[in-house]
Design a protein around this ligand. Structure first.
Ligand code: AHG
Ligand code: MN
Ligand code: MN
Ligand code: MN
Length: 333
């Protein structure tokens, strides 16, 4: 059996490529990997532990928090707080940023935006869920890290990744030099390199969208859906429709097989449902690094200047030719 390279070995090997790096980012990625293993353990036995169902609380998004939302949030915040490399966290589950004022962390270099548990509506029905993270470098060391330092464009990310808790548990991340995927081997408790240098599938034939919102879609999106459903062998149509309701799981499948994920503006979410800082930016960074594209329908997701920590954006993300076609349909209107 070929010996797999573990996440830890890979990070150390890659760190050697950054001679001036002192290992802080490497340690931060390791801390995230550890928290992911703890969350994975609870996700895998959710039906047996008292960790399913509503937590009886609501987050700033107006969403009823699931017990696993709160558990995952606590685990990642604890791992990031104790790791000593992160000075501030923006989490979906907290109204404000969390400053980490421990002795070791208050001068730490990195800021982390996180969606601790993505796809919460799927927890109780045993469908894949995920975690999404985005890492920025702190800009100003003159005084205490401020909330404003979170509001950096996606192009400023130093790393981004996701964990998908599915038929197997995978961690996929980029530091701007390609995308690598690691599969958790439960028998040794290690993430092992299983998908080196991931590139988006070059046979794009899938589209993912919640067609229940069709009546409220912009005309250009309605026209694009019709295009996907037309019969045309030359362009592999009709495309396959696949929608899980966990962005990480939909994105991961489209990354491997080729496809597009669309969450346009709808009646309930006039600015789109998905959050820029801890869903759209990190996944856009990954997809661009894997040779794809991520747009808000008019411009590059990574170039949006954030105005607030929980702001939402429409998102069209996947193969370049598919995203550009949606942009064209939206222009035609
Ligand atoms: P979260 O569970 O972190 O709140 O995110 C849920 C998001 C995303 O994962 C998914 O793609 C989308 O909500 C599904 O929304 P609809 O149920 O409106 O289709
Ligand atoms: Mn949520
Ligand atoms: Mn989410
Ligand atoms: Mn979430």
């Amino acid at each position: 059996m070929t010996r797999f390279k573990t996440l830890g070995q890979f990070i150390i090997e890659k760190q050697a490529e950054f001679p001036f790096a002192k290992g802080e980012l490497s340690r931060l990625l390791r801390d995230i990997g550890i928290a992911a293993k703890v969350v994975n353990r609870e996700v895998n036995k959710a039906g047996l532990a008292d960790i399913l169902g509503d937590n009886g609380t609501e987050n700033i998004q107006g969403e009823g928090q699931q017990k696993l939302d709160v558990f995952a949030d606590k685990e990642f915040i604890e791992a990031l707080s104790n790791g000593g490399e992160c000075c501030m966290i923006a989490s979906e589950e907290h109204d404000e940023c969390i400053r980490i004022n421990t002795q070791v962390s208050k001068n730490a270099k990195y800021i982390v935006c996180i969606d601790p548990l993505d796809g919460s509506s799927n927890i109780d029905v045993n469908v894949s869920v995920g975690t999404i993270f985005s890492i920025y470098r702190r800009k100003n060391f003159d005084n205490e890290v401020s909330q404003e330092e979170i509001l950096q464009q996606g192009t400023e990310q130093v790393a981004a990744g996701y964990i998908v808790y599915g038929s197997s548990t995978m961690m996929v991340y980029t530091t701007g030099k390609g995308v690598n995927g690691f599969t958790l081997d439960p028998s040794i408790g290690e993430f092992c390199l299983s998908h080196p240098q991931m590139k988006i599938g070059q046979d794009p034939h899938m589209y993912s969208i919640n067609e229940g919102n069709y009546a409220h879609f912009p005309q250009g999106v309605k026209d694009y859906i019709k295009y996907c459903q037309q019969i045309d062998e030359a362009t592999n149509r009709p495309f396959i429709s696949r929608y899980i309701g966990s962005m990480v799981a939909d994105l991961h499948r489209n990354l491997l097989k080729g496809g597009i994920f669309l969450y346009p503006a709808t009646a309930s979410y006039p600015n789109g449902k998905l959050r820029l800082m801890y869903e759209c930016n990190p996944l856009a960074f990954i997809v661009e690094q894997a040779g794809g594209k991520a747009s808000n329908g008019k411009s590059r997701i990574l170039e949006i200047q954030p105005q607030s920590m929980h702001e939402r954006t429409p998102i069209f993300i996947g193969n370049i030719e598919m995203v550009e076609m949606v942009e064209e349909y939206l222009i035609r209107g």
